[in-house]
Design a protein around this ligand. Structure first.
Ligand SMILES: *Cc1c(COP(=O)(O)O)cnc(C)c1O
Length: 343
């Protein structure tokens, strides 16, 4: 694991990479009482053809982590230094990724990746509710296979019952405090056979925000006849600014947008999804994030109804499959792309 310590007067100390081990923390540490914590999720993977290990758009994770730190009064940092630390750490840990250069890659090797978890915690031992004077930055990693299971079934609880985020809150920061409180309803949904919660916001407007800890997209035909891919905007601060979300939007704008295809960030309600489904205008829906990648959705549970979502390609919709393939080409493909940063 990589560790760097920070102190309010002395600033950042030299980072070091040390064997993975438990931390010794004072029981009065800020993080344990006031959740002064934030984290990032990134993937490192080997390019199928070149064998080079890459990380995906790390500068976006650096920027987001700085915003998260700022939100919970943890120290900010130089974003290029963050990227350098992730690269250094990955260069050490890449021995865990398949293919050392001498072995032929098999078809399945490209699904093998390292999940990187940069994180920061407030370590000051002080029971007052004040910004920590000491903090610790860490990077840990785990080896994972690509998420590649069945399409998702989502349960949308009423926003009177459960919301994940609200304007002026902190749902747009990747801070630990956002996740603990979601596990209870997630467990209840799992008992009912659902994979994730579809988070709605506002009892009146019933806006669709995110799916579990992933961003959410719908593709439909509007009543006027145009095809539209739509996701909740960042403006109210009620969704997290996903790197995958941004990449989906960038690719859709670059390669799909045209006179009869719109790429839209706007507020939309679950009632619009239900109506589109009832009128046969719903094309598909998917969740996206670093861990989930592009995960097609097959079912929405809402107010006792089960709304089936088309899966045109069998286990995925056409757009989810196409965008997923484009992203894979950028990550694993022959051509160089600025989003794939070599370690
Ligand atoms: C991490 C996360 C995402 C996905 O972000 P990526 O950068 O695409 O991995 C979306 N929503 C929430 C709430 C998250 O925590």
């Amino acid at each position: 694991m990589l560790i760097a310590n920070w102190n309010k007067t002395t600033g950042w100390g030299a980072p070091s990479i040390v064997p993975y081990a438990p931390l010794a923390l004072d029981p009065a540490s800020s993080v344990l009482h006031y959740a002064t914590e934030c984290f990032e999720g990134m993937k490192a993977y080997r390019n199928k053809r070149t064998g080079k290990v890459c990380i995906f758009r790390p500068e976006l994770n650096a920027r987001r982590m700085n915003k998260s730190c700022d939100r919970v009064s943890l120290p900010t940092f130089d974003e290029t230094e963050f990227v350098k630390l992730v690269q250094k750490f990955t260069a050490v840990e890449k021995r865990y990724l398949a293919w050392q250069g001498e072995v032929e890659m098999t078809e399945t090797d490209d699904s093998d990746f390292l999940y990187l978890r940069p994180m920061m915690i407030g370590t000051s031992a002080r029971l007052g509710v004040t910004p920590p004077n000491d903090a610790m930055f860490l990077i840990i990693a785990s080896r994972l296979q690509s998420y590649n299971s069945k399409p998702l079934r989502l349960l949308a609880p009423s926003p009177e019952e459960a919301v994940r985020a609200w304007p002026g809150g902190f749902g747009n920061a990747k801070v630990g405090g956002n996740y603990g409180p979601t596990m209870k309803i997630q467990t209840e949904a799992a008992k009912m056979g659902y994979d994730q919660i579809l988070w709605l916001f506002d009892a009146k407007r019933r806006l669709v925000t995110e799916a579990g800890a992933a961003n959410f997209f719908v593709v439909w035909t509007t009543p006027k006849g145009t095809t539209e891919i739509v996701t909740c905007p960042l403006t109210e601060g009620i969704v997290l600014e996903g790197v995958t979300r941004q990449s989906v939007l960038d690719l859709a704008r670059e390669r799909l947008a045209g006179p009869s295809f719109n790429v839209v960030e706007r507020e939309f309600s679950i009632d619009e999804i239900v109506k589109a489904a009832d009128e046969g205008r719903l094309i598909e829906a998917f969740a996206c994030g670093t861990a989930y990648f592009i995960a097609p959705v097959e079912l929405l549970g809402y107010e006792g109804r089960q709304i089936e979502i088309p899966l045109k390609m069998g286990t995925s919709g056409f757009y989810a499959q196409t965008i997923r393939r484009w992203l894979e080409e950028i990550m694993y493909g022959e051509t160089e792309h600025q989003w794939a940063v070599t370690v």
